[in-house]
Design a protein around this ligand. Structure first.
Ligand code: 6R9
Length: 575
């Protein structure tokens, strides 16, 4: 157990007390709300601070990969967001319709996101390292009418598929002129500021995040403007955000963490956020923590493990006096990583658990509490968690402390997803007896702490990215040599899991090294490097159930050398 100094002040000084007295109505009452009623995330993030006289406060400091720095105050970011809302209005895009963004960490992405939210238009973020296939699937399913992207990404990933996306009538590109698109900067230059906020309410749709399941195509988790209550509260209670903080969330805005905690929670809480355009670089990260005087740092286990790999040397001569809290999310945080944080930074990493579907942090370690390395922590005040077993009749059994089962959250918290777009049955299957079933296995100890056990289904977390095996298998099956494909997550000391494919070939093909390379290259081109298999093995045939479904768990057991007969811990459900 890592004890904490008692002399610190925290937003959440007493977790148990806060839980006992918690009321979401109080959090909602602390939000600004729209004049005349209603609720809008963009308004809470920007207008509210400007109205409170804090327009000159730095909202966003962007660090370009080649050394450029761009600063935006709250007032400037609001003006830019209004301009973008005006662009959307001129394009005839109205509330409830969908705008997708596909870009690296550039200021225009954040401006477009805030402008869309403020205009009541649903924001669908897409990960810029996805290849054309995952981008196409998500754009098609979202029915997005507008896409904001860059010239390079458009040419590489969209242009060839544009004809197959009938709903997508406008593409705005940053960084130059490009046939078939409008130049983002040009439309922004013609647009006005002062655009009014849309009359959204707590139940108006706001965000569409695609996430992966075991089977089928990705699921569009739809979130509402009312989710901002959970972003605001968890930002304060877990990340200890306060006005004046310099906050750095290293997550990419193509994933839920990069939006909930890389955009909404920090701005709603009035902090200055650092956005680094560059890819991971350990030396650069230490320099940013130091030079920008980061006070709150929210990062991920894969990145922490990469920093650990370099040893303690980069910290030599640095004390990081501003750094108050370090937190992590996205994958299991190894106890060694927590202890390493304590040794090198003088404080542990605080693990937090949540999902695309939960929209905000559900379980966490708190600054004011001792940390048990390896534990995800305790549920937030306002969140009820339980370990359950879903019976065959659909009801739930609640399991006692120490027993592993599925981690469930009592339905009804503000940032709970409200639909899987166009898939009501898939959505309904996530709930039982008024509880949301997460698909994660965990156990609770006698102190109420939760410990991650594993996934109950076949989805893969690789370097923090959630990947559905079905998407990878489908792309491998496109290759003329492939008869069958099965994809698993293979434990890896750095990435958590790496994507491993097993392939059975059609007659006449030989599973040699050249074919292996060509299959991996095919997958990389179609899926992007983050999603393509890193390893690929040839098999004569894939193990299947009687009804013909691939037994990925058996593939995994074989790969790990586990006894095949004992699949009890590997047995899962589909989601
Ligand atoms: C926010 C985010 C969700 C899945 C989740 C679980 C894994 C997240 C974790 C963790 C162990 C933690 N996960 N936090 N596993 N310890 N602290 O990552 O959302 O991309 O939807 O992934 O990530 O398996 O179910 P998302």
């Amino acid at each position: 157990m890592i004890e904490k100094p008692a002399d610190r002040h925290w937003n959440l000084p007493d977790h148990a007390r806060a839980r006992a007295h918690f009321d979401w109505a109080e959090v909602r009452a602390g939000l600004a709300g729209l004049p005349g009623g209603g609720l809008n995330i963009g308004w809470e993030a920007l207008d509210r601070h400007v109205a409170d006289g804090n327009g000159a406060r730095l909202a966003l400091r962007w660090l370009g990969k080649d050394g450029a720095v761009r600063d935006y105050t709250y007032a400037q970011l609001l003006a830019e967001a209004q301009r973008f809302a005006c662009v959307l209005e001129r394009l005839g895009v109205g509330p409830g319709e969908c705008v997708a963004v596909l870009a690296g960490r550039i200021p225009e992405l954040y401006i477009a996101a805030l402008g869309a939210l403020r205009a009541g238009i649903v924001l669908c973020p897409l990960f810029s390292a996805f290849g054309p296939e995952p981008v196409h699937t998500r754009l098609e399913k979202s029915h997005a009418r507008v896409l904001v992207t860059t010239v390079t990404l458009y040419q590489r990933k969209i242009a060839a598929l544009r004809d197959t996306l009938p709903a997508l009538d406008t593409v705005l590109t940053v960084g130059g002129d490009c046939p078939g698109t409008f130049r983002f900067e040009a439309l922004m230059a013609q647009a006005e500021t002062g655009c009014p906020v849309a009359a959204t309410g707590p139940d108006s749709p706001a965000l569409l995040h695609y996430t992966s399941g075991t089977t089928g195509s990705p699921k569009g988790a739809l979130h509402v403007h009312g989710a901002v209550a959970a972003h605001a509260w968890s930002g304060r209670a877990v990340l200890d955000l306060r006005p004046g903080d310099v906050y750095w969330c290293t997550a990419d805005p193509g994933w839920v963490t990069g939006i909930s905690y890389g955009l909404i929670a920090p701005l709603v809480n009035g902090v200055t956020m650092i956005i680094d355009e560059a890819e991971f670089d350990a030396q650069r990260w230490y320099r940013i923590l130091d030079e920008q005087q980061v006070s709150i740092w929210y990062t991920a286990p894969t990145a922490i493990r990469m920093l650990m790999k370099l040893g303690d040397a980069p910290m030599a001569g640095r004390t990081l006096p501003a750094l108050r809290l370090m937190a992590s999310v996205g994958e299991p945080l190894n106890p060694e990583a927590v202890l390493w944080g304590q040794r090198v930074f003088g404080q542990p990493f605080h693990d937090t658990w949540w999902q695309t579907e939960t929209g905000a942090i559900m379980v966490a370690n708190y600054g004011s509490e001792p940390v048990a390395p390896g534990s995800m922590g305790r549920p937030l005040p306002g969140i009820d968690a339980a370990i359950v077993h879903r019976r065959r009749d659909g009801g739930l059994d609640f399991l006692p402390d120490g027993e592993a089962g599925e981690l469930a959250i009592r339905a009804g918290w503000p940032s709970m997803f409200r639909a899987y777009l166009d898939e009501p049955e898939r959505y309904a299957s996530c709930f039982a007896d008024g509880w949301y079933l997460s698909g994660d296995r965990a156990q609770r100890d006698a102190d109420g702490r939760y410990w991650f056990v594993g996934r109950a289904d076949d989805v893969i977390k690789t370097s923090g990215h959630l990947i559905g095996p079905f998407e990878v298998e489908s792309v491998l099956l496109e290759h003329p040599a492939v008869a069958e494909a099965g994809v698993i997550g293979k434990p890896d000391p750095w990435a958590g899991e790496l994507i491993k494919a097993f392939v059975a070939l059609k007659p006449g093909h030989t599973g040699d090294d050249a074919l292996r390379k060509s299959l991996i290259a095919h997958a990389r081109t179609r899926l992007g490097p983050a999603v393509a298999p890193r390893e690929l093995g040839f098999v004569d045939s894939l193990p299947k159930t009687r009804s013909g479904k691939i037994l990925r768990r058996l593939l995994k057991a074989r790969e790990l050398g586990l006894p095949e007969g004992d699949l009890s811990t590997l047995e899962g459900h589909e989601s």
